[in-house]
Design a protein around this ligand. Structure first.
Ligand code: GLN
Length: 540
């Protein structure tokens, strides 16, 4: 068992997660069994209640845990499902220790950060490697060195270095800013950040210096000298236009060999298959950077102004592009402020209505659905988007004037989306969030079946409300078909409109299981339909 720890310095938000994911991919390409653990030093137990305005998207794992979006990147780059154990937060660590203290497990001794909290951190880290066979565990520590919250974690990692006897490798990711007046790269913040790391007892084995420009030999040597890191292990990573370039950038730096060499030198050799040509990844990237054609897809949501709120959708589209060569330009449309008319949707080839909570912006989304339905523009609704497709159809086709979800209008005459009552035999309903991978049964002869080509899929969920079974007959008779349900048959999972080129929606989050070489089937379907629509407009 080997560990590679990735810490951050100078500033956050410089792509530490992407670097970690890319390194994971490269190690996996060497034939190694790789797992990734994210340490989030905040006090929240998990990301479930965190506001996308502050934090970006909440990602959902197969076991239903709601986690930081970095775990989404790990899953995609490793092509592997993770669990809640892959995310340690201060909240989780402290609640275990306090619970134990209340049970009397500490036999009356004073409970302290060292050793009790640090022991619990180490236990959780090692636990990840015990659950499945792992050659290398990458540990990304969120935030930057010097944050008060991250101290106990760094202390635990420092202790592990002593205990693990040459099986740990520390990478410090820093930022080397450019002084614009003279175009010079400044290494001082990096020097200080490494000094801080060393003052808590951690000497990095490698420095990844993110910077707007290429790091010259001189700058690398200077960093190496001041930080006591071998200059070959000081790696400059300039800004890349696309995160899919990152594995290739890291590959060129020889970081993987530097890591494996260090382990070997310390007498901990790891068998691996040697350097890979990364042919498959290069093909994917070629399509992403030079697509044969492009479609424009509007994402109509309330968090469009905030980077990363819909990151899994962005990735799903990139996966589609990587596999088909059809590029996707996303047009961000704010459902709250930009949907007074249809101006913002003019000229798009497809529309995506993402998930969400709360009533802000829902009428704008409903308008976008009407526009797509009437003008036969391909549209995909996800979760809340799916529910609003049902609301829109009920209001405008079935003429159920005030139809709504009871989440937004508890007193509506037509609660077409509602909390399912306990009576129909499904347990754990009535307000509990339905989370994680659940089976979805697809009916033969539907559009969904022709896309998925199977009866059974498992997809990620995060919702409370459902299509109200009372209105199924009305909806289906007027053309809105439900092509998939859960295993009980009561819960609707996929909808499709018969008389429309692509009007589909899913109660599940298709974007969460999209992977570079296995793009989300529904996103793929939307893009292909959008491409057909574009060709139709061009009269091809
Ligand atoms: N708010 C809706 C529900 O709870 C949809 C949730 C979502 O889009 N993730 O059912």
């Amino acid at each position: 068992m080997h560990y590679v720890v990735i810490t951050g310095g100078v500033i956050s938000g410089i792509g530490k997660g992407t670097i970690t994911s890319s390194l994971g991919y490269l190690l996996k390409e060497r034939g190694l069994k790789v797992n990734i653990l994210k340490i989030d030093p905040y006090l929240n137990y998990d990301a479930g209640t965190m506001n996308p305005y502050q934090h970006g998207e909440v990602f959902v794992l197969k076991d239903g845990s709601e986690v930081d979006l970095d775990l989404g990147n790990y899953e995609r780059f490793l092509d592997r499902d993770l669990t809640s154990d892959n995310n340690i937060t201060t909240g989780k660590v402290y609640s275990t220790v306090i619970e134990r203290e209340r049970r009397g497990d500490y036999l009356g001794s004073t409970v302290q950060i060292i050793p009790h909290i640090t022991d619990e951190i180490k236990r959780r880290i090692r636990n990840v490697t015990q659950q499945s066979e792992t050659d290398i565990l990458l540990i990304e520590v969120g935030g930057v060195v010097g944050d008060i919250e991250s101290m106990p974690f760094l202390e635990a990692l420092r202790q592990m270095k002593l205990e693990e006897d040459g099986r740990m490798f520390f990478i410090h990711v820093t930022y080397v800013p450019m002084l614009s007046s003279v175009g010079e790269l400044k290494t001082k913040p990096t020097q200080h950040s490494v000094k801080e790391l060393r003052s808590i007892g951690i000497q990095p084995d490698s420095i990844i210096a993110r910077s707007p420009g290429i790091l010259s030999e001189d700058v690398r040597n200077k960093i190496a000298l001041f930080t006591q890191v071998d200059n070959k292990a000081v790696i400059g990573v300039p800004d890349v236009s696309d995160i899919f370039q990152m594995p290739l950038v890291i590959n060129e730096s020889n970081l993987v060999d530097i890591i494996l060499e260090k382990f070997r030198k310390e007498g901990n050799n790891i068998e691996n298959v040697g350097k890979s040509e990364l042919i498959q990844w290069k093909n994917l990237l070629r399509n992403i950077l030079n697509p044969k054609d492009k479609v424009e897809i509007a994402i109509v949501g309330k968090y469009v102004n905030l980077k990363d709120s819909y990151i899994s959708h962005e990735h799903a589209f990139m996966h589609v592009t990587g596999n088909t060569g059809i590029g996707v330009k996303i047009r961000w449309v704010n459902s709250e402020t930009e949907m007074n008319d249809f101006e913002k949707l003019k000229g798009v080839h497809g529309i995506l209505i993402p998930g969400g909570f709360g009533s802000r912006g829902i009428e704008g989304k409903i308008k976008a659905i009407t526009y797509a339905r009437k003008n036969k523009i391909p549209i995909l609704g996800i979760c809340l988007g799916f529910q609003l497709q049902v609301v829109e159809y009920s209001r405008n086709v079935l003429d159920f004037k005030d139809a709504n979800s009871t989440e937004f209008e508890p007193g509506t005459h037509y609660p077409v989306i509602d909390l399912l009552p306990e009576q129909i035999g499904i347990t754990k309903l009535g307000g509990t969030m339905r989370l994680g991978d659940k089976p979805v049964l697809i009916k033969e002869g539907t559009k969904a079946y022709s896309l998925y080509r199977t009866n059974l899929i498992h997809e990620r969920h995060r919702h409370r409300y459902e299509v109200n079974p009372r209105y199924l007959k009305d909806l289906e008779q007027s053309g809105l078909k439900f092509a998939a349900t859960d295993e009980t048959g009561y819960r609707m999972e996929i909808l499709e409109l018969v008389d429309h080129p692509f009007f589909m929606g899913s109660q599940f989050h298709a974007e969460f299981k999209s992977r570079p070489f296995k793009p989300s089937v529904l996103h793929l379907g939307l893009v292909e339909a959008a491409y057909q629509y574009k060709k139709f407009l061009r009269n091809d």
